[in-house]
Design a protein around this ligand. Structure first.
Ligand code: NG6
Ligand code: CA
Length: 517
């Protein structure tokens, strides 16, 4: 009975994909999903515009990412939706600017799922096109309803918003619970040692970084002084689940293995793999074989480890002879940060390395380094290697893959996602018309101009030392002539400031920016 239902479902899926594609002359010819490429989206964490060789880094070597870039179209004006993780991922997976929805800021590790089950998402579009869909790595979009019991079924989660399979770091490496979740269960959990998680009062009697700093192998520089797991104190408290706890040094190996296994398992059909690495987020505790390899301390070594992960995925595609027909996207969820809360020598050992490249700011910042990130798209069958300055955002992946697979989004779906497929495949250098960037306050980019709305936040973060780009006055930068956002031209061009402020207001009010017929 079950297999009958499954095959009937896939039959209907392939029929609807065919029907939709038939309506779209000029797009890929449809038949079934096998006419479309596999999609592997490699999503690095906190990797800055200047952190990899192909974007100008010289101190740290990234041969695999650079090779990928040499076979891809490499974007110089591609953006995450926000300068932090949760809102970027929310926007990428839903096609909706996260600032439209309350509760989409950086989430604690016990937050409920913030994507409504049943809504059209990037993975649900792929599922509809007949793909097998998998999420491997960092999640950070919440799990369960309120008060999730980590010892039972973890639901709702990725499997309820379009993924067929998941293997997750539930939130971040520095947030409890420090366990993996596979599909609906914590991996390796012993029933006799249940997990409890708290982001309020301490839970259990395990040592914390605050009370037992002598137990730490890595000390916090700010925050991160609660439950100690694997010699590293975290944000939040957890007790139990001892056998299930991850070893930070193994995370890259474990998730890369799972990503490889997903590709292998689906090699004879079409798949969409969302591979969200933990690197190079804190705590930076790379595997011993990468320690000392960059010469820049753990942050640089984590970049080397990330590069290895990318290489392994690409090797797997080569080995299975899938590279030609697989569209690989490599990008990052937000800009770079050097000291993000642990004393890991990142600042001391920078050695002239510039994580933001020529850009101003970094993670958390309204300046461009907050969201302008490395981004490359490889699809040997269709895309010639090249360089593109088209303005694109990760929020556009959704409308673009809908177009790629011949699907028409409903008016209410992906309200801010634009079809920039032509730009992604480098068939045109024209990307989106304008873009809103999120960093506490909003910025609006259109043409050469970037407007940053006034904000009351600190100009510089006391914790990270990053220039946040907040100012009580409006800011206006000419990105074409002043990529580093050094000269605020707002006073010289009040008419542009007024126009952009009004447009931003309109974007806020209208609830959507994607046009539909
Ligand atoms: C901050 C954390 C930082 C990091 C960030 C989220 C402190 C002091 N800082 O609050 O370490 O976890 O949240 O990063 O706790 S993100 O990439 O997931 O958005
Ligand atoms: Ca991040």
């Amino acid at each position: 009975m079950k297999s009958y239902c499954m095959s009937r479902r896939s039959f209907i899926k392939s029929l609807s994909a065919t029907a939709a594609a038939a309506l779209l002359p000029g797009k890929l010819r449809a038949g079934d999903a096998m006419n479309y490429p596999n999609i592997v989206l490699i999503y690095a964490d906190d990797l800055g515009y200047g952190d990899v060789g192909c974007y100008g880094a010289t101190k740290v070597k990234t041969p695999n990412i650079d090779k990928l870039a040499s076979e891809a179209v490499r974007f110089t004006n591609a953006h995450s939706s926000a300068a932090t993780c949760t809102p970027s991922r929310y926007a990428m997976l839903t096609g909706e600017y996260a600032w439209r929805k309350k509760g989409t800021g950086v989430l604690p590790g016990n937050a409920a799922l913030i994507i409504q089950p049943g809504r059209t998402t990037l993975p649900s579009i792929m599922q509809k096109a007949g793909y097998s869909t998998g999420a491997v790595g960092k999640w950070h979009l919440g799990l369960g309803d309120r008060d999730l019991d980590w010892n039972g079924q973890i639901k709702p989660g990725p499997l309820d918003i379009g993924f067929d399979y998941c293997f997750l770091i539930p939130a971040t490496g520095d947030r409890v619970p420090c366990v993996y979740v596979e599909d609906r269960r914590v991996v390796g959990l012993e029933p006799s040692d249940p997990i409890q998680v708290s982001y309020g009062k301490p839970i259990g009697d395990e040592p914390t970084g605050k009370n037992h700093p002598e137990l730490l192998k890595m000390h916090p520089s700010h925050g991160h002084n609660q439950t100690i797991v694997n010699g590293i104190s975290r944000i939040g408290y957890m007790s139990g689940g001892k056998a299930a706890r991850w070893v930070d040094e193994d995370i890259a190996d474990v998730i890369t293995d799972k990503a490889r296994a997903f590709i292998e398992k689906n090699k004879d059909r079409r798949f969409f793999l969302y591979f969200a690495t933990h690197d190079i987020h804190v705590p930076r505790a790379p595997h011993p074989r990468f320690v000392g390899k960059s010469g820049l301390g753990p942050r640089g070594d984590a970049i080397v480890q990330l590069d290895w992960c990318v290489g392994e995925i690409l090797k797997t595609l080569d080995r299975l002879k899938l590279a030609e027909e697989t569209l690989v996207i490599f990008t990052s969820d937000n800009g770079p940060v050097v000291d993000d809360g642990y004393k890991d020598q990142a600042v001391e050992r920078l050695d002239g390395h510039k994580p933001s490249g020529p850009l101003r700011g970094g993670k958390y910042s309204a300046f461009d380094a907050g969201t302008r990130v490395p981004c490359m798209v490889r699809w040997p069958r269709r895309v010639k290697p090249g360089l593109s300055d088209a303005l694109i955002s990760q929020i556009d992946f959704m409308a673009s893959v809908a177009a790629l697979t011949g699907q028409i989004l409903a008016p209410g779906d992906a309200p801010d996602s634009f079809d920039v497929l032509g730009a992604l495949l480098d068939e045109t250098k024209t990307g989106r018309d304008h873009l809103v960037e999120q960093a506490g306050i909003l910025s609006l980019v259109k043409g050469d101009w970037k407007y940053i709305e006034p904000g009351k936040g600190a100009k510089v973060s006391a914790a990270t030392g990053i220039e946040l780009g907040h100012d009580t006055q409006p800011q206006l930068y000419d990105l074409k002539n002043d990529l580093g956002e050094k000269h605020n031209l707002a006073a010289e061009h009040p008419e542009i400031v007024e126009e952009f402020a009004a447009m931003l207001e309109n974007i806020r009010e209208s609830g959507r920016t994607r046009k539909y017929e």
